[in-house]
Design a protein around this ligand. Structure first.
Ligand SMILES: Nc1ncnc2c1ncn2[C@@H]1O[C@H](COP(=O)(O)OP(=O)(O)O)[C@@H](O)[C@H]1O
Ligand SMILES: Cc1ncc(COP(=O)(O)O)c(N)n1
Length: 275
C-alpha cells in the first residue's frame, strides 16, 4: 500500500487539518500518517485557541515516520510560525522526501490567522523551493504574488509570478472567486475553477459550484487528495483531476453537521454504492 504523511495542524472538530487529511488518504486507498505542528481548539463556527508545538517534537515525529515507513508523498498544511516553517523544511531536506504538496495555509475560512504574519518570507524562500506543487487559495495567492486577483486572467498572471520563484507546479484554487460572477464561463454556468500552472503550461480544472455552505476543510482535502494520487503514481495534471473529482463529490454529498460552516462527507463514495 502507498503511504502519505501529513504535516499539519489538528482540528478538534475533525473537518480540516490532520483529521481531514487522514480521512481523505484512507478514502483514496493510501495509508495516512501524521506529524502534528499545532493543536487548534476549533469547530464549524471558528478557531478558539491555537497551541504551536515545539520544533524538536515536530522534527521527531517526521523522523520517526521516515525512519520506519518512508512516505510516498507528503502533504504540508498549517505551520503556525516561521520557526516551524524552517524546521519542517530542514526535516524534508534531511529525509530527502519526495512528492511534496504544500498547502500554504494562512487564514482559516472563519477568519483566524493560522500562520504568523511574519512567516510568509520563510514560507516563500525556505519551504516553497522544496515543493512539487503549491496550492494557494485566492487570498494566499494574492499574498504570494503581491497582486490583487479578481478574475481568471488575474489568476493566470499570479500563477506565472508564483511559479517564477521555484521549480514546482502552482494550483490556484478559485473557490473564493466562484459565485462572484468573476469566473463564469460562456454558458453562464457557475463553476469552481482552479488553475494549474505546470511546466510552463496552464490548465483549468473546472467543477460544478455546489450550493452548499458546508465547505470547512476543502483546501486540506484537495491537497491531501493530490498527495494520495501522486503517491499512487499519477502525474501532476492527473493527480489534480482525480483530487478535484473526489473533493467535489465530498462537498456534494453534504453532512450538515455543526452550527457553522460544516465539514465534508469524506465517505461519499461508499454512501453512493450503499444506496
Ligand atoms: N461550493 C463549492 N463547490 C464546489 N467546489 C468548491 C466549492 N467551494 C470551494 N470549492 C473548491 O474547493 C477547493 C478549495 O477551495 P478554496 O475555497 O478555493 O480554497 P481554501 O479551502 O483553501 O480556502 C477548490 O478546488 C475549489 O474550487
Ligand atoms: C488545523 C487547520 N488547518 C487548516 C485549516 C484551514 O481550513 P479552512 O480553510 O477550511 O478553515 C483549519 N481551519 N485548521
Amino acid at each position: 500500500m502507498k503511504t502519505v504523511l501529513t504535516i499539519a495542524g489538528s482540528d478538534s472538530s475533525g473537518g480540516a487539518g490532520i483529521q481531514a487529511d487522514l480521512k481523505t488518504m484512507t478514502e483514496l486507498g493510501t495509508f495516512g500518517m501524521s506529524a502534528i505542528t499545532a493543536i487548534t481548539a476549533q469547530n464549524t463556527c471558528g478557531v478558539n485557541a491555537v497551541l504551536a508545538l515545539p520544533c524538536d517534537m515536530i522534527s521527531a515525529q517526521i523522523d520517526a515516520v521516515c525512519d520506519d515507513i518512508f512516505p510516498d508523498a507528503v502533504k504540508i498544511g498549517m505551520l503556525a510560525n516561521s520557526q516551524i516553517v524552517e524546521c519542517v523544511a530542514a526535516s524534508i531536506k534531511k529525509n530527502a522526501m519526495k512528492n511534496i504538496v504544500l498547502d500554504p495555509v494562512m487564514v482559516s475560512t472563519s477568519g483566524h490567522r493560522l500562520l504568523d504574519d511574519d512567516a510568509s518570507d520563510a514560507l516563500i524562500n525556505v519551504l516553497m523551493p522544496l515543493a512539487d506543487i503549491i496550492t494557494p487559495n485566492i487570498p494566499e495567492a494574492e499574498c504570494l504574488a503581491g497582486m490583487k486577483i479578481a478574475s481568471k486572467a488575474d489568476m493566470i498572471k499570479a500563477a506565472g509570478i508564483i511559479a517564477g520563484s521555484f521549480d514546482g507546479a502552482v494550483l490556484i484554487k478559485g473557490g473564493h472567486l466562484a459565485n462572484t460572477g468573476a469566473n463564469c464561463i460562456e454558458d453562464s454556468t457557475n463553476v469552481a475553477a482552479d488553475l494549474l500552472y505546470h511546466g510552463g503550461q496552464t490548465q483549468w480544472f473546472e467543477a460544478e459550484f455546489v450550493d452548499n455552505p458546508n465547505t470547512h476543510g476543502t483546501g486540506c482535502t484537495l491537497s491531501s487528495a493530490i498527495a494520495s494520487e501522486l503517491a499512487k503514481g499519477a502525474d501532476m495534471p492527473e493527480a489534480v483531476r482525480k483530487a478535484k473529482a473526489y473533493l467535489t463529490g465530498a462537498i456534494k454529498a453534504g453532512l450538515n453537521l455543526g452550527k457553522g460552516r460544516g465539514p465534508l462527507n469524506h465517505a461519499w463514495q461508499n454512501t453512493i454504492s450503499d444506496c
